[in-house]
Design a protein around this ligand. Structure first.
Ligand SMILES: [Zn+2]
Length: 407
């Protein structure tokens, strides 16, 4: 084979590779995020949902709150009603959801497993890149969290009062006052899933506070510098750095979220917590037995702490894909922890499949009614408990002006 022949074919191969790369990048920009979002976030049924009149009447009187969704990860306009994903502002308002916690996911390892996830690779990088997030976010979990807070901020500002972000007790009080006049509005509270986002720097707790974050979980799918994950390799407890992080979060009035925490981390945090904690989204082993879900002992400890178990809507949390599975998990949690310590944590848009989207929350009210749960208890589970605990933990406006130093 002569050299000229090889050169011609190498050049052709180079051109073919360049064309393929361009096609891949164009596909990535145009279709990849939408295809992925559609593939991983699904509702088994779509609205309008059939809800009886008495159930709808009761539901309309409730302050419904959901402690977790991952909608900020997906670049779509949350102010527009979408058929993709499970939550946006119009669907929250349709579902009479008064408060939605919006969580920032900032890193997902390449091979996430339910029992032992190694922190290697980052599947979010191509998603972040193709969604056109700023270059600073391509490799930095901290920047990804800050960017997502900015997105919700802009949405709230552009919403004509339809979406309010709650950062202080007074924000919540004013919002609830306003909602008495006009129930067709909703609110958001910012949280972070996994404190690898601190990038090892305690000072970033304050940076996140200033960005509006009021809830954070020490770990997500993998062990972090703060503490172990139920799905991590070591599943360790709270580290020395983690203790300082938890103390500083409490000083700043940021709610500690123990979703995804290893059992050891769960115990270590509750040993030192001086405020109520939440487990924003998950299930209970009494209704669906796996390592990610809360044991009865953990439910009792949460109740002693004054905290909340936010019951998830997806298969791994409830061992089912219907409303009844969610109800079973709620009822077990109520039986063990007491009705004051149970809330909702849908995990909408968290790569999950749910029986309904945010517009169908009245199905849960209906299910609880049919199960004979008293109205006052339904009100607590559907949101009053969440409002109580979050309000207790939120800073008041005077606290925010004198932010303490980390110890
Ligand atoms: Zn999660």
């Amino acid at each position: 084979m002569n050299k000229a022949f090889v050169r011609v074919w190498l050049r052709r191969a180079g051109w073919a590779a360049a064309v393929l790369l361009i096609v891949f990048v164009a596909w990535g920009y145009m279709f990849m995020p939408g295809m992925l979002m559609n593939a991983v976030n699904r509702a088994t049924s779509h609205g309008p949902y059939a809800v009886s009149e008495p159930a709808q009447t009761l539901h309309n009187r409730l302050h419904v709150a959901d402690l977790h969704c991952d909608a900020l990860l997906w670049c779509r306009d949350l102010l527009k009603r979408d058929t993709r994903g499970l939550v946006d502002v119009p669907r929250l308002i349709e579902g009479n959801v008064s408060l939605q916690v919006f969580s920032a996911v900032t890193r997902m390892p390449l091979l996430s497993s339910f029992t032992s996830t190694r922190n290697v690779g980052d599947v979010l990088m191509p998603l972040v890149y193709f969604q056109g997030w700023p270059a600073a976010t391509w490799f930095s979990p901290r920047e990804r969290a800050l960017y997502q807070a900015g997105v919700l901020d802009k949405d709230a500002q552009a919403s004509n009062g339809l979406l309010t972000i709650l950062r202080t007790k007074e924000d919540m009080d004013r919002y609830l006052e306003r909602r008495k006049e006009n129930p067709k509005i909703t609110a958001g509270l910012l949280s972070i899933e996994g404190l690898h986002a601190l990038e090892g720097d305690l000072e970033n707790v304050r940076v996140f506070f200033h960005a509006g974050y009021r809830m954070m979980s020490p770990s997500h799918f993998f062990d972090t510098e703060v503490g172990g994950s139920a799905q991590g390799l070591e599943k360790g407890g709270l580290t020395d750095f983690g203790k300082r992080v938890i103390k500083f979060m409490e000083q700043l009035h940021i709610t500690v979220d123990l979703a995804h925490a290893s059992p050891k981390l769960f115990d270590d945090v509750l040993d030192i917590a001086s405020r109520p904690v939440v487990v924003s989204h998950g299930g209970v082993q009494g209704a669906c037995n796996n390592a990610r879900n809360l044991s009865d002992d953990q439910l009792r400890r949460l109740a002693q702490n004054g905290g909340l178990a936010g019951i998830g809507f997806w298969n791994m949390a409830t061992c089912g894909e219907d409303v009844d599975s969610i109800l079973r998990a709620i009822q077990h949690a109520v039986a063990v922890a007491g009705v004051d310590h149970v809330a909702l944590g849908s995990d909408f848009d968290g790569a999950t499949r749910a029986p309904f989207d945010a517009s169908g929350m009245a199905l849960l009210t209906q299910g609880l009614m049919q199960a004979g749960v008293p109205e006052a208890d339904i009100a607590k589970i559907m949101g009053e408990n969440a409002f109580r605990v979050l309000r207790e933990n939120l800073p008041s406006e005077k606290d925010s002006s004198s932010i303490p130093q980390p110890q």
